[in-house]
Ligand binder design. Sequence first.
Ligand code: GDP
Length: 340
Amino acid sequence: MSSDTSGINPRFSKKTLHRPDPDTLIKGILKGDITVLSRGITFIESSKEEDQAGKHRIIQALLPYTGQSLRIGITGIPGAGKSTLIEALGLELISQGHKVAVLAVDPSSQLSKGSILGDKTRMEQLSRHPNAYIRPTPSAGTMGGVARHTREAMLLCEAAGFDIILIETVGVGQSETAVHSMTDLFLLLAIPGTGDELQGIKRGIMEMADIIFINKADINPEKVRQTQKQLENALHFFPLHASEQPVQVLTGSAIQKPTVAELCQSILKYAQAIRNSGYFESQRKEQSVWWFKETLDQEILKRFYQQNKNNQMVDHLRQQVSEGKLDPFQAADQVMKAWK
Ligand code: GDP
């Protein structure tokens, strides 16, 4: 992507994009040096073969210094107020002594070439704060690749001393599963509307939410209360989360400090509850295994298609299947039998 990201964070500079030395990066990140952190994240996003060993070295070396943060996923349709809320929530958390990193997973940016965090006017105050770090969404690759880079960027931010990681995504499907599988708490930002529309938010996303925040209560408090009731009713039909914590439906406004402070408190209380119950730890373990399996699946697929790039048998079978001459399952079976 060629978009200029230098305005996102004053310390994120394109001048720093020459190939760095892994040891220098490791040391700088552990010191909490933001410029080095940016260079490190750019480095781990590299798909160049010659960078892979260095990437693994960096992540392996930093791993013992990761995992201590609270990882929060934030989703909502465009216009719901995500960036406004992230800025307000970030500043609130910083005022309580936290260090906040903001990352993003945005599959739509692959198409539009514009990142959700690419707009320089977003989160201006937060981006200038010395205890905040804002990083735009990784720009290249498949959804799986982008999500993986975000997860790795999160580890680097943790090693650099950030104890709250906010990961933003657009509430349209796909990326939510990936973000859900790397966060401790999933926050859905909704806006007042009719319950049955559920504001374009897919049911699967509703099911993932640990906290739902109905935003823009300052505009029409009555409508917000109605939406709250409708959402609470809808949630009765959803199974209890594995965390065994009931889903909270809160109302408020991203532009009103007291409601942001209340939301902040609910988030920290939820985090404390799952730490106490042991769910925090068990979910982290499950997530690591999920990433292991996900990565392995992707690598196997990649290898299969690389090895079978010019495989005439596969081409022939594909043709047979498309013409309805062969059952797709039988065709797949034949390929598997032939693949060593
Ligand atoms: P995003 O696309 O989800 O990141 O949404 P934005 O944060 O960019 O917000 C979209 C618009 O809604 C902007 O004009 C915000 O100023 C406005 N907005 C966000 N939160 C609130 C709120 O609580 N009350 C009001 N009145 N406006 C809000």
